[in-house]
Ligand binder design. Structure first.
Ligand SMILES: Nc1ncnc2c1ncn2[C@@H]1O[C@H](COP(=O)(O)OP(=O)(O)OP(=O)(O)O)[C@@H](O)[C@H]1O
Ligand SMILES: [Mg+2]
Length: 354
């Protein structure tokens, strides 16, 4: 959707911002992702301060502060009803805040709305493609709206169809597209106006793992092209894969902000769960695996782990060494629920109400 055609808890905020440069440390740069060029991170693409928004007596945003560095991926992580879409709507000028200030691409969203809209693209939570048009026609419509006339418009449409691997389906009605294709088309439509800052509201919710990975690749390519991405998600893994910084939103408040690694370090959720055939096996395993917690009722032993192959193999080898037989095991990585339990003391699915 083009930006110009719009359709608490008392938990203290944990902040790990490096206010000077916003750059990640050397160790963090070694993560399995493209390290962000620090020189591109010296200016802010989005700065929000004290954002508040209520609908009637329901407080939806309760004083949000954000600083998103240009050329980075910033992820707003939160469960249903946390206020993610409301934040996106406010930052993209679709909805006005009750109080607070926001600058996007250096412009004030209230007094310089036009300039803000010219700099941004928004792919909303629900795909806004026209189902009665083909993929190509949807893109052409966007090109027309952006006054890309004649061959210039056609060239942009062609390039985007190619880039998003939609050439084969270009002539088919969007109503026949799969969820993943629709999402891709929606994002392609957002890119027609060549925005510098892109807002993606839950771009992969409801997509299968393959389509999700395709979307992740596209996001990485956009950042490599110098764009700034503001992405909302309910998936810790997605924020971990894509984001340079993550903010956790809970009932309209930010309860944590930092790099994905900093966030995960706060979350003691990674573990292996071993199940045994009987109580003596469980007792033996508890003795040989240090730091483990047995549950005698379910004959399950919980062992802290980063979930990596080495750690799993070491635990299995040790059990083998002491002739303890394992019935089954599962590796549990921290998820949104673990984050919320660690940061807020309640689960991400706890009733959001005020
Ligand atoms: N126009 C509106 N009028 C009244 N209440 C609203 C409006 N828009 C949002 N809300 C309420 O604000 C709260 C936050 O909604 P929002 O859509 O921002 O959450 P979200 O984090 O995007 O959730 P989801 O993951 O389900 O998309 C919800 O309780 C919602 O019902
Ligand atoms: Mg939403």
């Amino acid at each position: 959707m083009p930006a110009g055609t719009p359709a608490g808890t008392a938990t203290p905020v944990l902040t790990w911002c490096n206010a000077v440069s916003g750059c990640v440390s050397g160790a963090e740069q070694a993560r399995d992702r493209t390290a962000v060029d620090c020189s591109r991170m010296t200016s802010s693409a989005i700065v929000a301060s004290g954002l508040k928004k209520a609908y009637g007596d329901k407080i939806v945003l309760d004083g949000i502060d954000l600083d998103v560095r240009a050329g980075t991926v910033f992820s707003l992580l939160g469960p249903n009803g946390a206020g993610k879409t409301t934040t996106v709507n406010v930052l993209t000028t679709l909805v006005s805040a009750d109080s607070g200030t926001v600058r996007v691409a250096g412009h004030d969203i209230r007094s310089e709305t036009k300039q803000v809209r010219a700099a941004i693209g928004v792919t909303g939570q629900f795909a806004s493609v026209d189902e009665l048009l083909s993929g190509e026609e949807n893109l052409q419509l966007m090109a027309d709206l952006h006054r890309l006339r004649g061959s210039a418009g056609k060239q942009v449409v062609r390039q985007l169809l190619r880039r998003f691997d939609l050439e084969q389906s270009a002539g088919k009605l969007a109503s026949t597209y799969s969820g993943g294709m629709r999402r891709k088309l929606d994002l392609a439509m957002t890119l027609v106006g060549k925005p510098r800052i892109i807002f993606l509201d839950e771009p992969t919710t409801g997509l299968d793992p393959r389509s999700r990975r395709t979307m992740w690749t596209i996001v990485r390519e956009l950042v490599a092209d110098g764009m700034t991405i503001f992405l909302t998600t309910q998936y810790l893994e997605e924020a971990d894969q894509l984001a340079d910084r993550v903010a956790v939103l809970d009932q309209g408040r930010l309860v944590a902000e930092g790099t994905p690694d900093q966030l995960k370090r706060q979350v003691p959720g990674g573990h292996i769960r071993f199940r045994f055939a009987d109580a003596p096996q469980l007792a033996a395993a508890t003795r040989v695996l240090s730091g483990s917690t047995p549950d005698p009722d379910s004959l399950v032993l919980r062992v802290p782990s980063d979930g990596g192959v080495k750690s799993v193999r070491a635990a299995l080898d040790r059990l083998d060494e002491y002739s303890v037989d394992v019935e089954e095991f599962t590796v549990h990585m921290p998820d949104l629920d673990d984050v919320f339990l660690a940061l807020t003391g309640h689960s991400s699915t706890a009733e959001v109400s005020k």
